[in-house]
Design a binder for this molecule. Structure first.
Ligand code: UGA
Length: 429
């Protein structure tokens, strides 16, 4: 099938490249001419393991093309996928201006029956709204369907190629048949439902996972008081298939471009409709508390003040295997440390700390050993696998004091103990 993907962000680029990989002809469109030019040369705009290879394969096969010209791209395309950004507005609502402009341009360029696929995470009711926007631009017959994306950054290609399910929000048999053909090579349940339910499924999935993390962080705070171990509790409950072991890792809480935005969007939806959503609200509160608790425990180790203490933070990215720092818990943590007067130094193997973007300054170091020099405490904030090989003895030797805060419960406790750190783990006494 021939399809056009509007937007070459995480979702658009991964979807486009993977759909070309399974045999479709895909034209990826973006308004950013420089990005398109770089993609044509095989330069990835994001760090995503495996993506470069899939894009390269697609380009070489001639089935993956890049352009800024939507009208031309739409020639003969059966499907137009909207995969543009839906950032949070300052009031927490979803900014739909990119979706609107994509829908308008698709409407203008449409020459024959087209299935317009909403792939971006969009508020409930968007499929109907997108249809009305397109209607105002064309007389052509078309359908709008919602096919939410469930890929994780850092695992995006794998998640796209081996999905657990594909949710198809479609009320048109013709469009559903096209979606079945588009996703024919993916061996997983394909769940067809109305568009509103599909749109809500995406928010519900992310909010459920965020709640699960919030829950284990709540149990972690009890463990810290009771002398229990949250990792053991997580194992103990996670083996029950009704609960499941995934997303039960206590730590600094969730960040990234999805969970914070989507949980807030659901909160706003409830507020706007007057529907109480206590669990959603508590998830947001718990996430803030998770970071605060780590800092509070550190402060109490230093007799109530970390003012002037040098704190070395390992990790800027919101999770490993990505350069994405959006709403990163590591950054939220550093901000609290700064507010408490600490001298914060940071190192990340890939992600970059931008003071202008994040609104405060920290010193950026070249290596874990570099930032640990003279530090009173080291905090592991993002669990990059490369930190497994850290020479902890060397770290301790160059430090001015001996506190290691493992905010992701990443290190082997026995190993840390042998080195002789004062060691703090989340959800451990
Ligand atoms: C998330 C979802 O997992 C995807 O299914 C979804 O498609 C995506 O959002 C999206 O809406 O686009 P992502 O934001 O890439 O994916 O990251 P996750 O791997 O889900 O991690 C989110 C946050 O939760 C990270 O900050 C991570 O450190 C934290 N986390 C995760 C925990 O603190 N504990 C855990 O057990 C798991």
């Amino acid at each position: 099938m021939k399809l056009v993907v509007v937007g070459t962000g995480y979702v658009g680029l991964v979807s486009g490249a993977c759909l070309a990989d399974v045999g479709h002809t895909v034209i990826c469109v973006d308004v950013d001419a420089l990005k398109i030019e770089k993609l044509k040369q095989g330069v990835m705009p994001i760090y995503e393991p495996g993506l470069e290879d899939v894009v390269k394969r697609g380009v070489e096969s001639g089935r993956l093309l890049f352009t800024t010209n939507l009208a031309e791209a739409m020639e003969g395309a059966r499907i137009a996928m909207i995969a543009v950004g839906t950032p949070s507005s300052p009031d927490g609502s979803v900014n739909m201006s990119y979706v609107e402009s994509a829908a308008r341009n698709i409407g203008k360029a449409m020459k024959s029956y087209t299935v317009v696929v909403d792939k971006s995470t969009v508020p409930v009711g968007t499929a109907e709204w997108v249809a009305s926007v397109i209607h105002s631009e064309t007389e052509q017959e078309f359908d709008v369907v919602s096919v939410p994306e469930f890929l994780r950054e850092g695992h995006a290609v794998q998640d796209f190629m081996q999905p657990h399910r594909i949710v198809i929000g479609s009320e048109s048999e013709k469009a559903t048949a096209d979606m079945m053909e588009l996703f024919a090579s993916f061996d997983c349940p394909k769940v067809v439902m109305d568009a509103r339910s599909a749109e809500l499924t995406k928010y519900a999935a992310n909010s459920f996972l965020a709640m699960k993390i919030g829950f284990i962080n709540e149990i972690a705070s009890l463990c810290e008081r009771l002398g229990a171990n949250v990792d053991e509790v997580a194992k103990g409950i996670g083996l029950d298939p009704r609960i499941g072991a995934a997303f039960l890792k206590a730590g600094l809480g969730w960040g990234g471009s999805c969970f914070p935005k989507d949980v807030r969007a659901l909160k706003n939806l409830g507020d706007g409709l007057g529907v109480p959503l206590p669990i959603i609200n508590a998830s947001l509160d718990m996430n803030t508390m998770a970071r605060q608790r780590v800092v509070d425990r550190l402060v109490s180790l230093f007799d109530g003040s970390i003012e002037g203490k040098k704190i070395a933070v390992l990790g800027v990215a919101f999770k490993p295997n990505t350069d994405d720092t959006r709403e990163s818990a590591a950054i939220a943590l550093m901000q609290i440390l700064k507010e408490k007067g600490a001298d914060v130094h940071v190192y990340d193997p890939i992600a970059v700390f931008y003071p202008a973007l994040h609104g405060f300054e920290v010193a950026v170091g070249e290596s874990p050993y570099h930032i640990a020099q003279g530090a009173h405490a080291v905090i592991l904030a993002t669990e990059w696998s490369m930190f497994t090989d850290l020479d902890l003895k060397r770290i301790k030797q160059v430090m001015a004091d001996d506190v290691l805060v493992d905010a992701r419960n990443f290190f082997e406790p026995q190993r840390v103990k042998e080195v002789g750190f004062r060691y703090l783990r989340v959800g451990n006494k």
